[in-house]
Design a protein around this ligand. Sequence first.
Ligand SMILES: C[S@@+](CC[C@H](N)C(=O)[O-])C[C@H]1O[C@@H](n2cnc3c(N)ncnc32)[C@H](O)[C@@H]1O
Length: 244
Amino acid sequence: MKEWYKDWFSSELYLSVYSHRNDEEAVQLCRLILSSTQIKDGAKILDAACGAGRHSNYFSFLGFDVAGFDLSKTLLNVAVNSAKDKTLPANFFCSDIRNVPLKSKFELIVNLFTSFGYFETDKENFSFIQQAYSLLELGGYYVLDYLNEKTLRENLVPQSEKMINNGKIVERREIQSNRVVKEINVFSGDQEIKFHESVRLYSRDEILKEAKSIGFRVVSLFGDYTGTIFDENISNRLIAVFQK
Ligand SMILES: C[S@@+](CC[C@H](N)C(=O)[O-])C[C@H]1O[C@@H](n2cnc3c(N)ncnc32)[C@H](O)[C@@H]1O
């Protein structure tokens, strides 16, 4: 359970469970990011924990010079194949977000759809904010798309079910002190496979305090992918745009 993210994101089933997190949604978020930052045409962008590359490939399509990394080779393969299908450059590599082996600088670094808070300690969870700062050009932007812990705690749906191609997925959620923990049961034929998610809940103030202490300036805070201004009492997401 400690390293739940290794099993879960290397399973093909991840993309079935999160099928609603699709290219259309990625395009919407990329557009919001580009409208709230000022980066040059063809600028270098890093997509941290890029998954199946839905944001990377859209930024590439727009002509940006994009690199994406992720720990899951399964999802990286999907990202590369999807770039090839769209005849886009595919610059993807495998890396742990806690220690990214890069030296070149970027104008924009994104860390999208709750690819944050997976580890046991604050030091590990916050380590990428520090790395992003080091990997940015002066004036460059870091965008963190994370959950809004206040509304998540208040509106947690304890159980939900959905059908997939050959079976059913049952998701059970609970708050365990400062983490949201999800058990995902996939039933297919007479098989049952279990996965876990466990994400550390940080408040808006905790995230901003950390980013500011590293040296970032807060440019904008959005509460959803349409660009509604963040409101801790109602927003589903916390999309923070920081500048170095
Ligand atoms: C919720 S998904 C989001 C993926 C992508 N950003 C998107 O929006 O589709 C979280 C991603 O974090 C990646 N991940 C989990 N632990 C990681 C780690 N230690 N280092 C790098 N990536 C990691 C997973 O493999 C997965 O692709």
